[in-house]
Design a protein around this ligand. Structure first.
Ligand code: GCW
Length: 743
């Protein structure tokens, strides 16, 4: 009897444990599902705000039946219903009670002939307006193409989610540039190079994942911010990605993207023709099968060899049989050990053009990365300078690239550091298409463990006036093709989202993905406007939350800079290792060229024309003038351009060394302040999010102290000059540290 009672109790306990575990799993799953929506939560509006949309018609009439238009319709119906608590439904032609009408401008003319946009609608542009159609008041969402309609729907939903008025709508928006892409650095085995949000959403164990739900969800997020292309694999490309059998798998990813108007692109290795075989397909064939028996690889990848041209053509033709809307390729060549045209003494233009030519008949494009440099530079030679590499390699080739080739240029001349000047190459190409490459994944800016909202940095870059020919030529106009009337151009953001519920490994870091898309759509938006949108969409409109989240985001880059690398000192992080921890010694005495040239007498790279590497000479004359003289050079880039004694007095009146000490102490203090500021939000959001982000700020505060102490002790060790405020280099302060650089 006793035993059976025990076993009943045991069964009961197990049942309870299992059901608790199941319900926890279920609620965890739903929390995950919400997190995955990122800024597209579309939470129910408070009743008062919801009432302001009472006149929004609940009938949606779509003029057409394309895949993207159907996506737009479903997104509108589902999300308005969720936010407003009313039932929206689609109808073929029921205008009587008023309707939200979705259609291209041509199809809208079929029902409202007199409706003309106030300015020309460009591809992907949208127009939200009102019209009388069949004697009923209608809200019209139109575009030049279906993608424009989808973007218009997202713009409308964003307004409602943020409680903006939609009465008397008349808003026409065209994208600033045709190219608005993200790059993913996903390896085929499922790891992501410089990815901090989990494993690949596309690949696992050398294959495309069976479950591509996340790929579809990602495309939805991308579409909502106007991104129209996504490169799915690492620019350090595995040639196997171009095996025919692999392309047949990649086709499923393109299928997941397509409803959202996101076109798939791939990174390719230039040596592919020599590594993998090819199927001989007829382009006209209706049902081409993946390779049964691939031809043997070639014995060359020389871009000027006709067999290589033929190889690329056949490969590209095959891809288009599988993925008819394939967008194109990204190429990293002759860089960091990748193979490249130098193997055959050919130019980068030769390499780009053989691929561009193969893509041309299908409407595809090739991005050729300008991130080409020698990573075995002799560090003893003070005239050597990695920063000069992109311009030196590509400026002489201006005009030699095909019309559907685009040179993809990182924002700065080194590599996504916390502070760099803009790459001079933006001003060095007049007859070549350009795109700017920005890094959303925070490789050198805290790896999503620390907050660093990059939109203000990107704005500085995009607004920087290069003064080509002494005229206004801001970087945003150079890369979008406006300045020199190029056929294409635009923006590529290295995103590296992963399977984590919050995509990037941190909920607040998602503002960078959002901000990249918004800037690619319109670089004239302010940082404040972008972060305001993102915060309201992600956290709702509680004024305290909005104000505080915005403030923290907008403060985060300057704070991160102040404790990791003030005065443009370059890379003080561990560059031969994780690119995260402080490691100032690792920058020097190696061939990577991310040098700061700190020694006992001074610090900084002399890049002047007069006495240094002459990097400054790559800029147009007005910009040269800004940086060449010590007197004019802005403090925040001083050590990027000049080698100065530690006692050099800045524009601010402080010496360099004192500024370094003060900046690190202030930065660490401000990072600690983030914790206190965040705490004011307790009870203003769901507890899980509140605690998660609090823990991140607490961690960051500790990291800032680690950075402060490492850098301050290091620079004291190198310079021997103590902190005037007694924090470093005194018995009370940090101990001096012997440095390999103390030579
Ligand atoms: O900064 C470096 C990164 C590499 C990256 C490279 C590049 C994909 O550390 O991981 O490789 O840039 O942009 O090609």
């Amino acid at each position: 009897m006793k035993r059976s009672l025990h076993s009943i109790q045991l069964v009961g306990a197990i049942w309870l444990a299992v059901s608790v575990a199941l319900s926890l799993a279920a609620s965890a799953q739903s929390a995950d599902a919400v997190e995955r929506q990122a800024w597209l939560r579309y939470a129910p509006l408070d009743p008062q705000t919801a009432r302001t949309y009472v006149h929004l018609p609940t009938t949606v009439v779509s003029l057409g039946d394309s895949l993207v238009l159907r996506t737009a319709e479903q997104e509108l119906i589902r999300s308005t219903g969720q936010m407003l608590g009313r039932t929206f439904s689609s109808s073929r032609d029921s205008f009587a009670q008023g309707a939200i009408v979705l259609g291209t401008i041509n199809s809208i003319h079929g029902v409202a002939g007199a409706l003309h946009p106030p300015q020309e609608l460009q591809p992907d542009g949208y127009w939200l307006t009102t019209a009388r159609i069949h004697s009923a008041d209608c809200l019209v969402v139109t575009g030049a193409n279906d993608r424009g309609i989808l973007y218009g729907v997202f713009a409308l939903l964003s307004k409602i989610a943020r409680g903006d008025s939609i009465s008397n709508l008349n808003e026409l928006r065209n994208p600033y540039a045709p190219i608005r892409w993200v790059n993913q650095w996903d390896n085929l085995d499922g790891r992501i190079e410089r990815g901090y949000g989990g494993r690949s959403i596309f690949f696992d164990d050398g294959k495309v994942r069976d479950d591509l739900t996340r790929a579809g969800e990602y495309a939805r997020l991308l579409a909502s911010i106007g991104i129209n292309g996504c490169t799915i694999n690492n620019v350090n490309a595995n040639p196997a990605a171009l095996e025919d059998s692999f392309i047949a798998q990649v086709r499923r990813i393109a299928d997941a993207f397509r409803p959202w108007g996101v076109q798939l692109a791939m990174s390719v290795d230039l040596s592919s023709p020599k590594v993998i075989g090819n199927t001989h397909v007829e382009t006209a064939a209706s049902a081409v099968q993946p390779a049964q028996s691939a031809a043997a690889p070639l014995d060359t990848f020389d871009p000027l060899d006709p067999r290589v041209a033929d190889w690329w053509q056949k490969k590209v033709d095959y891809i288009y049989t599988q993925i008819p809307d394939f967008a194109g390729f990204v190429v990293k060549a002759d860089s960091e050990g990748r193979s490249g045209p130098s193997a055959y003494h050919r130019s980068h233009a030769d390499a780009a053009n053989v691929i561009a030519h193969a893509l041309k008949r299908h409407g595809g494009v090739v991005f050729y990365r300008a991130f080409v440099y020698n990573h075995h530079l002799d560090w003893h030679d003070l005239k050597n300078d990695r920063a000069k590499a992109a311009y030196d390699n590509f400026h002489p080739l201006d005009g030699a690239f095909a019309d559907n080739a685009i040179v993809q240029i990182k924002n700065g001349p080194i590599d996504f550091q916390v502070r760099e000047p803009v790459s001079p190459l933006f001003g060095g190409l007049r007859q070549t298409n350009e795109a700017i490459e920005l890094q959303i994944t925070q490789e050198y800016t805290g790896q999503q463990k620390q907050l660093c909202f990059l939109v203000p940095m990107w704005k500085e870059v995009l607004d920087f006036d290069m003064r080509v020919d002494g005229k206004s030529t801001p970087v945003k106009d150079l890369v979008s093709g406006h300045s020199f009337h190029r056929p294409v151009g635009g923006f590529a953001g290295v995103a590296n989202v992963g399977l984590d519920a919050n995509w990037l490994g941190s909920p607040l870091a998602m503002a960078n993905l959002y901000g990249f898309g918004r800037l690619a759509w319109n670089p004239n938006l302010s940082s404040d406007a972008i972060i305001d949108e993102w915060t309201r969409l992600t956290f709702g409109s509680d004024p305290l939350v909005v104000q505080m989240v915005k403030k923290l985001q907008l403060d985060s880059w300057p704070v991160y800079e102040s404790y990791t690398g003030p005065l443009g000192a370059g890379t003080l992080t561990n560059i031969t290792g994780n690119h995260y921890d402080p490691g100032p010694e690792s920058s020097e005495e190696n061939g990577w060229g991310q040098w700061h040239r700190a020694d006992h007498n001074g610090i900084g790279m002399d890049r002047t024309i007069a006495t240094g590497t002459a990097y400054i000479g790559q800029y147009p004359p007005e910009v040269q003038k800004l940086y060449e003289s010590l007197a004019d050079c802005p403090d925040n880039l001083l050590l990027f351009f000049h080698h100065v004694p530690y006692t050099y007095v800045l524009h601010s009146g402080k010496t360099v060394i004192q500024r370094v000490y003060d900046s690190h102490y202030e930065g660490a203090e401000r990072a600690a302040g983030f914790v206190q500021q965040w705490k004011t939000l307790e009870g203003h959001m769901d507890d899980a999010r509140y605690r998660d982000i609090l823990a991140r700020f607490q961690f960051q505060a500790g990291e800032a102290v680690k950075w402060r102490d490492t850098i301050c002790n290091w620079i004291y060790g190198v310079s021997g000059i103590p902190d005037q405020k007694g924090r470093v280099g005194t018995p009370q302060g940090g101990a001096p540290k012997a440095s390999v650089l103390n030579r």
